[in-house]
Ligand binder design. Sequence first.
Ligand code: GDP
Ligand code: IMO
Ligand code: MG
Length: 423
Amino acid sequence: MSCTVVVGAQWGDEGKAKVIDFLCEDAQYIVRYQGGANAGHTVVTNKEKFVFHLIPSGILHPDKVCAIGNGVVLDPEQLIKEMDSLADMGISVQDRLFISGHCHIIMPYHKLFDVYKEQRLKGKKIGTTGRGIGPCYSDKISRNGIRLIDLLSPDFKDILEGLLDEKNFFLKNYYNQPPLDLNEILETYAGYAEKLKPLERNTSYLLNAALKRNEHVLCEGAQGTMLDIDFGTYPYVTSSNSTTGGACTGTGIPPNKITSVYGVMKPYLTRVGEGYFPTELKDNDGTQLQEQGNEVGATTGRARRCGWFDVGLARYAIMINGITDIFLTKLDVLDSFDTVKICTGYEIDGEPVDEISFSRTDLSRVTPVFREFEGWKTSIAKIRSFSELPAKTKVFIHEVQKLLDVPIPYISVGPERESTIKV
Ligand code: GDP
Ligand code: IMO
Ligand code: MG
């Protein structure tokens, strides 16, 4: 019996999907546990590139069973689109994709509120993906949500009717927008219900039964530690627990069944959307990272902001998530740098900062302290074994491992499946 959680250790887009695609060789089940279609998870196979928003990245392996856990907020329109495009590529999800009936459903008003709220915030916006994530989780917590089992039940009309009054009141009177029509939503969502009904399961039972049979379960995190609603750079975060704890509450797998936690990190940082970013680079180095790393949002197409690796944030991610292994992706992106920097600590007014305070004022006041490494100035993208890496690359990896005090069993040097190297 074993369960591995794969968690983003930064601000998302660390290459989690690639890691899942690699680790799932040894797994039977892969489950998404939080977030929704705000995620963009890219897998590059020998032939094609796939971007998943809701379906676990393990689905490309025909012998794996995939689940969408109760912690996910489910956009039926997006999910059906994703299933259809897999079908077009000859990949069937039948009898191997299951959705928790407890998933909360993204409704049309969630997406509208997400967009209108951002428009109203003007200079203070979060830079959300506009996928309705925050409003849907708000409704879940305030007990105004609609779960998949509600959508599939004969009570759906009554439930929606009871909620829509208030939503339309806000649309009309706060956002000056036209109200939504009950019957139109009922008709559209009846179509979704028909398609999703065969996939509904109590996935907590499904996954715990698999663990009991000694099968291996992989939990696929979305977003990253710094976007976690509790532990991230609030308010510039997403609305779920993207950290390891979310894997328990978002699947029903108990904490004592988790046997390892892979923290996925790039050797630099990126962030999409607004918010604090102490090591952000607004110079040529930032542009170079953005271009070499092809750092463009997989969901929104926005350019990702780039900056140097931050040891303090990485140690924090290791602590919060209980990271047992680090998967260091995208090392090839540093190939052309004369000098690679990593931030080893912060100062405020010349005084070192021991613990990162996530207070709004401190985060905008810290001055990062950097350590420099000589760049290796050669392409490592085609290298397939650790021993063949340039000496300077090995020094860099070893020093990062020493600073973080957690093993780095794997690194990757390209988007393709075969570009993962065992350290
Ligand atoms: P996720 O959200 O964490 O799954 O990551 P994304 O898919 O949003 O972004 C990671 C991007 O980096 C994708 O385009 C991947 O194909 C790509 N990628 C992953 N690993 C590597 C690597 O080692 N080198 C390079 N150059 N690209 C990588
Ligand atoms: P993956 O799983 C990077 C960011 C958004 C915004 C903030 C809140 O691909 O790593 P939301 O729509 O969630 O309310 O937006 O969170 N964000 C991500 N950034 N990767 C992601 O997912 C993200 N999902 C949300 O850009 O700043
Ligand atoms: Mg992504």
